[in-house]
Design a protein around this ligand. Sequence first.
Ligand code: SAH
Length: 256
Amino acid sequence: MRGTGKGRIFIVGTGPGSIGHITPYAMKALRESDVIAGYGTYLDLIRELIKDKEVVSTGMTRETERCRRAVELAATGRTVSVVSGGDPGIYAMAGLVLEIVKKQSEDSRTDIHIEVVPGISALNACASRLGAPLMHDFASISLSDRLTPWELIEKRLDAAAAADFAIVLYNPKSRGRTRQINRAVEIISRHRLPETPVGIVKGAMRENEKIIITDLGNMLEHDIDMQTTVIIGNSNTFSWNSLMITPRGYESKYSI
Ligand code: SAH
C-alpha cells in the first residue's frame, strides 16, 4: 500500500525465536526503522537488533493502544516497525494495524506507506521440527477464546476433524485457560483414532525448544503451554524414527 506522505509502517514478522530464522528483508525493515513497537517477550528475542531504536512496548492485552501509537508516529513522518513473533498476518498484528489505518484514513488523518513483511510462522517452524506433518491439506485453529466465541471454535474443530484435515492448534493452553485443549481432544476424537500421531513442539527455534511425538489418546499427559503448538495428524499420518509424516500421495501413484 503506497501513501504519498513520508511516514512508513512495516508490520514485521520476526519468526519463531532465533535471529537466524528472521528473513534478511525483515532485518532490513527493522534497521530502517526509527521506532519499534511490540510486545515485551518478542522484543526480548530480537534485543540485539533493536538496541539503538526507540521502543514502544506495552503488555499483550494493550495491542490496540500500541498499534494506534505506531500509526500516529508514522503519521508524523517517522518509520515504524510493528513487530510480531512468527508471521505478522497469522494471529498477530497486521489486521489490527490495517484496520486502524483504514479508520484513520476515512477521517483523512493519515497518509502513510504500509508494508506487511512476512515471517516464519509457528506452524512452519514446528512442522519442520516434526518432519513433514503438513504435507497435505491442513487447518489451523487457535484455541484462544479471548476474541472468538468458544462455540465457533468447537464448530471449526469438529468440521476440520470430520474433513480429515491435519490440524494445527495455536494458543493451546495458558495458565488461566486450561479446559479448551481437553475439549478439543474430545471433539477431534469423534472423527479420529486414539493412535493418530500428534506432535507437540514447545519453543521452536528457541533455547528451551522441546519436541514430543505422541498420539491423540495420550497427548494430554504432556506439558502444553502458550509457547507450544500442537499438530494432529490426519488419518494417513504415521510416525517413524521420532518424526511425523503425512503422505502427499506419491507412494500410491509411483514407486518410491
Ligand atoms: N504470529 C505468530 C502466532 C502468534 S499466536 C506466528 O505466526 O507464529 C501465539 C501462539 O503461537 C502460541 O501460543 C503458540 O501456539 C504459537 N507459537 C509462537 N511461537 C512459537 C514457537 N517458537 N514454538 C511453538 N509455538 C509457537
